[in-house]
Design a protein around this ligand. Structure first.
Ligand code: BGP
Length: 469
């Protein structure tokens, strides 16, 4: 660290936290909501109790009161497309509009800035049945959905995020069922879906600016610095490859409206280039983000992959590096410790990532996810001693402050998650929240909300604008 004097967090910094609709709301089949791919997935949520998640839908007032008690300046949540337009296209569900109006108004009552993700993994199942993102019509469906959101909530919502972790959806697309099993060229299909999502995003960004010139909108990928496993030049090349394929493909398009050259040449080599229709590149160039939101859990490490040798997958975090022969090979980083779920912990990598993104795009940044999943337990005295979580967040914030001192324009930090919710990969017992929700995997108990140690710590940190960590 070369700074002797640290710059403070800006006075109007968005201290907050995050959730997503399908992970926190529950009420998956109530008040006219349509089914989403997450409701239909072959996850533990096949168990009905699981789909109740944290039942935020019925407890949002109590939950927001707790967020306000912590002193949140912002709350990043997602809107369930299927609550607003149950079939993805067509009729609008007034009950869905009503729910988010109430939620947004409740936040505003406490002066908490709503930061709204338009789409967080939960594509309407009706659209999926027609080919999902592989079907070009989904681009229009999303553009229309975004218009409905702007029309109904744009008078109060000033910060919009388009698509959560598009890069993770594509990189894990086969596992997530984004391509059909009988596809002749699954990789091309995936990158065709990716192209459609990029078009959908550009249209939403353009529309947002036309309808609400003062509103701000940006993408929300998962970005992490990629380390080479050694100083071998071929490892550096491998790290550049993975950086382009994992990170810059998405942000170069969102910001500059062009395909990253390394990623493009990789797709060409793999016979996986998307078909580009006339006018697409103009649409892509017309969407301009005002900021970049990103999720950060860990860094990635790769080494060169020798042609003829299988490039296996590496550990790291949930964003496992899927090796690709001759392009890159995932490696674990011996310098990093891991969470009890095997995700590498890298606070310094957080600063590195903030620097990388800001240096490349010079747009204001907001962190929309970062956090520690753990098996929290209620003690006999009723407390939850998640001091490991405090330690994790503190170390990341120290690095964020260093990045601010480096000149990075960071305007908010919304860790994952505001309240316990269902994890994407590992069920309910993997907890992230500042607020404990009293339930178990298959036993809903009373869903009581309990403040964890991290709740009190974060409250104090916000009250001192990050001075007291
Ligand atoms: C991100 C997702 C979140 C959240 C988080 C933690 O990729 O955007 O929705 O789930 O990962 O992952 P997990 O819940 O699997 O621990």
């Amino acid at each position: 660290m070369f700074h002797k004097n640290l710059k403070p967090f800006p006075n109007d910094f968005f201290w907050g936290a995050s959730t997503s609709a399908y992970q926190v709301e529950g009420a998956w089949n109530e008040d006219g909501k349509g089914l989403s791919v997450m409701d239909m997935g072959k996850h533990p949520e096949d168990v009905t109790d699981f789909k109740v998640t944290s039942d935020h839908y019925h407890n949002y007032k109590e939950d927001i009161a707790l967020f306000a008690e912590m002193g949140f300046k912002a709350y990043r949540f997602s809107i369930a497309w299927t609550r607003i337009i149950p079939n993805g296209t067509g009729e609008i569900n007034p009950k869905g509009i009503e729910f988010y109006n109430n939620l947004i108004n409740e936040l505003i009552k406490y002066k908490i800035e709503p930061i709204v993700t338009m789409y967080h993994f939960d594509l309407p199942y009706e659209l999926q049945k027609k080919g999902g993102w592989g079907n070009r019509e989904t681009v229009e469906a999303f553009a229309n959905y975004s218009k409905v959101l702007f029309e109904n909530f744009g008078d109060r919502v000033k910060y919009w995020l388009t698509i959560n972790e598009q890069n993770m959806m594509i990189l894990h697309g086969s596992a997530l069922g984004l391509v059909s099993n009988d596809s002749a060229n699954p990789m091309k299909d995936l990158y065709q879906s990716n192209h459609h999502m990029l078009l959908a995003q550009a249209k939403a960004m353009k529309l947002c600016h036309e309808m609400f010139p003062n509103a701000k909108i940006g993408p929300a990928p998962n970005i992490s610095t990629v380390y080479p496993a050694s100083s071998k030049p071929e490892d550096i090349t491998a790290s550049q490859n993975w950086n382009a394929i994992r990170n810059w493909l998405y942000l170069d398009m969102a910001v500059y409206g062009r395909y990253n050259n390394i990623a493009w040449s990789y797709l060409e080599e793999k016979n996986a280039l998307p078909d580009i229709s006339e006018g697409d590149m103009e649409i892509l160039a017309s969407g301009k983000p005002d900021f970049i939101a990103f999720n950060y859990y860990s860094t990635a490490t790769v080494e060169a992959s020798i042609i003829g040798e299988k490039a296996g997958n590496s550990v790291g975090d949930q964003q496992i590096v899927i090796g690709d022969e001759g392009v890159y090979k995932g490696a674990s980083n011996p310098n990093l410790q891991k969470t009890e779920f095997g995700w590498e912990i890298d606070p310094i990598g957080f600063r590195n990532t903030l620097r990388d993104i800001y240096e490349r795009y010079a747009l204001p940044l907001i962190v929309t996810e970062n956090g520690l999943g753990a098996f929290d337990k209620i003690e006999e005295d009723g407390t939850i001693k998640d001091d490991y979580r405090i330690d994790f967040i503190r170390k990341h914030l120290e690095q964020a402050q260093l990045a601010i001192t480096d000149g990075v324009k960071l305007f908010g930090y919304c860790p994952w998650s505001a309240i316990d919710l269902v994890s994407t990969h590992q069920g309910c017992s993997k907890r992230y929240g500042f607020i404990y929700v009293n339930r178990e995997e298959f036993d809903l108990k009373d869903l009581k909300r309990i403040r964890k140690n991290s709740f009190f710590w974060y409250k104090k940190l916000i009250a001192t604008n990050g001075n007291e960590m």
